[in-house]
Write a protein that binds this ligand. Structure first.
Ligand code: FAD
Length: 414
């Protein structure tokens, strides 16, 4: 089926899943180092805004739910909130008047106001099992699917398409074949299907991380839990496929802003503007960051073949795009309702990363992407979230390999 690349972004993208799998090891090793560099590891986030949709009182008391923030004095001065005056906020009349957050018309998420919130060192708070579950977690997931998913939630969330864990597919081709056979979109338009795939893929990636570092109740240690992965992800092959789908979407966005990312100033000492580093010699950190980034960009250009031009065309294109954007913005606000700090943090990172990718794909023409014409194209938090989100998905794909090995071992024993 990889021959047929003419039927739209979904099918086109599928043909590149095999390629993603073949390069993921390299992609992952570069991303893993990149997200440990000073520029990419600090994320500023306002974690304590009120849930705007309901009164949330389901707070997770588990120690694993908590996070430690970083004192602002540890953050290089030019990245601190007070020094971000070079980042242009949109004019007031373009902003939605919400306390502590705003969006530009092109944004797919509500970004936290840069003057509030804490800094977090993302390398110190791994996304893994926290024990957050039950009605609070289910309510958040349900509202993301139900209230924001064009009524598609019933497709999977409520009924669950394939319930009994049967086996872990051996290869990616098996996964896709099962997915293609089981695909019944009930006449849904392409954009709605894409929206559902993004959300379900993010959910599947989060579940994969939970299962990769799951609490063993007997030993008290964290480790991979195959049954968890089979139940939550592998027994629903389409979920696995959506992790690939998100990876390709993110890679395409990264490839599109390649020139902008290459020209960006990752140096932590003072320079004139975010894209002007001509006058200061590059530090070791900056050289390391640029090297790793350049490897990621090469892979992204090679693999990121998502054809975003097929979406938002035709009669109701603008309405559909607006609707898509509003749904996605709501998802970013629903993250304030997640009752576990660590889960909320990673939820925010990933919705911001995906929203940034969507903005790059659907809102920016070549002119906007030119780093010399548009020096403040993205906020620092958007760049950090985009790369960290790609790292999350790439790590999930690595985990799938690990679970495949575990599955083979148990199979051999039987
Ligand atoms: P859930 O994952 O809660 O899923 C609820 C229902 O959704 C399932 O019964 C199923 O019908 C459906 N469903 C599940 N996966 C998919 C999918 N991929 N596509 C479509 N439908 C699906 N917990 C942690 O331990 N660590 C974390 O870092 C963490 N981060 C979270 C971040 C967010 C934003 C949220 C909302 C929750 C987070 N949680 C985290 C909680 C975690 O996601 C689960 O809710 C919890 O582990 C309970 O899992 P569950 O098996 O009941 O199913």
């Amino acid at each position: 089926f990889c021959q047929d690349t003419t039927t739209g972004p979904i099918e086109t993208t599928m043909c590149h899943y095999e390629t993603v799998e073949s390069v993921n090891e390299e992609l992952y090793s570069n991303l893993k180092e990149l997200v440990q560099t000073p520029f990419f590891k600090y994320f500023q986030v306002d974690l304590y805004r009120e849930c705007p949709f309901w009164h949330e009182n389901g707070f997770c008391m588990n120690r694993e739910c908590g996070i430690t923030t970083v004192d602002e004095s540890e953050i290089p001065e030019k990245w601190r909130a007070a020094s971000l005056s070079s980042i242009e906020l949109p004019p007031l009349d373009e902003r939605i008047q919400l306390p502590g957050c705003y969006y530009r018309d092109s944004d797919y998420c509500f970004l936290d106001d840069m003057t509030e919130g804490d800094y977090v060192d993302l390398t110190q708070v791994p996304e893994r099992y926290t024990g957050y579950s039950g009605p609070s977690a289910h309510r958040v997931w349900r509202s993301i699917y139900e209230e924001n998913c064009f009524g598609l939630s019933e497709l999977n969330l409520m009924t669950g398409r394939s319930s009994a864990p049967v086996s872990l597919p051996d290869t990616l081709t098996d996964v896709l074949r099962e997915d293609l056979n089981g695909e019944d979109d009930g006449g849904e338009c392409l954009e709605k299907r894409v929206y559902y795939k993004i959300i379900s893929g993010m959910h599947a990636s989060i579940s994969t991380h939970i299962c990769l570092e799951y609490l063993n109740q007997t030993t008290g240690e964290m480790g991979p839990n195959l049954q968890c992965f089979v139940t939550r992800v592998a027994s629903h092959p389409e979920r696995l496929q959506y992790i690939y789908f998100n990876t390709v979407l993110l890679l395409r966005a990264v490839a599109r802003i390649g020139p902008y990312l290459s020209a960006y100033d990752y140096c932590s000492t003072e320079t004139i503007s975010p894209l002007d580093h001509k006058h200061s010699p590059r530090s070791e950190d900056e050289i390391r960051t640029l090297n790793k980034l350049s490897n990621v960009l090469t892979i992204a250009e090679h693999v990121g073949k998502f054809d975003e031009r097929v979406l938002f065309r035709g009669e109701n294109a603008n309405i559909l795009k607006q609707e898509f954007k509003e749904h996605f913005r709501n998802v970013s606000r629903i993250m304030d309702c997640v009752g576990c700090d660590k889960c909320r943090l990673w939820g925010k990172v990933q919705t911001t990363g995906l929203a940034t990718a969507l903005k790059i794909l659907f809102e920016m023409d070549e002119n906007a992407l030119d780093p010399h014409k548009n020096t403040n194209l993205l906020q620092r938090s958007e760049v950090v979230a985009l790369i960290n989100t790609l790292h999350r998905f790439s790590e999930s794909l690595q985990a799938v390999e690990r679970f495949r090995e575990m599955w083979k071992e148990t199979d051999d024993q039987d």
